[in-house]
Design a protein around this ligand. Sequence first.
Ligand SMILES: CC(C)[C@@](O)(CC(=O)O)C(=O)O
Ligand code: SF4
Length: 416
Amino acid sequence: MGMTIAEKIIAAAAGVESVKPGDIHTVQLDRLMSNDGTTHLTVDMYNNKLKNPHIADTKKLVFIVDHNVPSDCPKTAASQKKMRDFAKANNIDFWEGKGVCHQVMIENYVRPGELIFGADSHTCSYGALGAFGTGVGCTDFLYGMVTGTSWVLVPESVKFNLTGKLPKGVTARDLILTIIGEVGANGCNYQVMEFTGEGAKTLSISDRMTLCNMAVEAGAKTGIFEADEKAMDYLKEHGREPKAVFHSDPDAKYVREYTFDLSKVRPVVARPDFVDNVVPAEEACGIEINEAFLGSCNNGRIEDLRVGAEIIKGKKVADKVRFLVVPASQTIYRQALKEGLIDIFMEAGAIVMNPNCSVCWGSCQGVIGENEVLISTGTRNFKGRAGHPSSKVYLGSAATVTASAIAGKIALPSEI
Ligand SMILES: CC(C)[C@@](O)(CC(=O)O)C(=O)O
Ligand code: SF4
């Protein structure tokens, strides 16, 4: 029987000819990524719980400080020191302040055909380059670190057949929110969301990252695209070669298929407190905001900053509204500087911050207070996600977030 891309990656990692959903296989991991959310816990377990602590292959490990960088209190300073010291002592690739972990991974490590575990649920982003990335807890991470292997229960795949092209002013962010709104937050639990079709080819690597990154918000094990010419160009630009390029077989089995016509997608907003609480943006327009956030591993790329800068150029952030602009990596930040985007944002009154997770979650910077409202390009809008439990988070595209920052209330670019 034919196999999907995801099944082929798992089969290769397991060293077997073929796999099918429901099988459990021991797999060789190509890489393991851990960030400052949990690495200190992994290090504690490594030091205190193992009889014979050792690392299978230090070259496979990447540690990234991004969730609280620079550190905001003595407690995070201490856990980051633990992570930093461990990385140094064990010769582990270590990144600090260079960008949000998934962005750093895609810019510097991920290759098509790889199987990558990350101690963070948005590791599913790596499917943008045809890799199988998935999130694990720090116990599974530790196991992978010590043995270089892990186990995988082969997931079923769901096919998302994309047709057409996104209209002007509508972004991949609107598309993934639309998809999640339709399938639901548990709609693809433990399944692979495979994005394919002519419409998929029209999407940039940045768009593909935006789609795969939020696969976990539909409960998926991962999201994946075939590595096509665009992926190959991206790899070449970044000085890397694919591990293996897999295509889904024509007779590969999918548990469900959906078709989305990209030309019909419109700007949408996910209302509090669930990512699948998606409505046409117009229905949320007029809601007063206190803060707007343009950034995160979902939507902090140069393409997103360009969208925001074009809208805000020559305009001002509304009175008493904080507009946080946070490039997802230093590479993006420097590119934005070169293109004059940072100047445009600052001129408009935005607060431009160093690359980090920022207010995508409520423990970094920009945390919102009691009853405050945030419109965000982050990944989640759960209760208290960005700060006080009574605060509210709306999710929208870079265009909607920027227009809202100018209007002081949720708005579309056409209204400002
Ligand atoms: C640590 C946390 C804020 C996280 O990065 C964790 C995760 O995705 O697993 C998130 O986005 O929810
Ligand atoms: S930017 Fe948001 S979703 Fe991405 S890793 Fe950071 S906290 Fe998690």
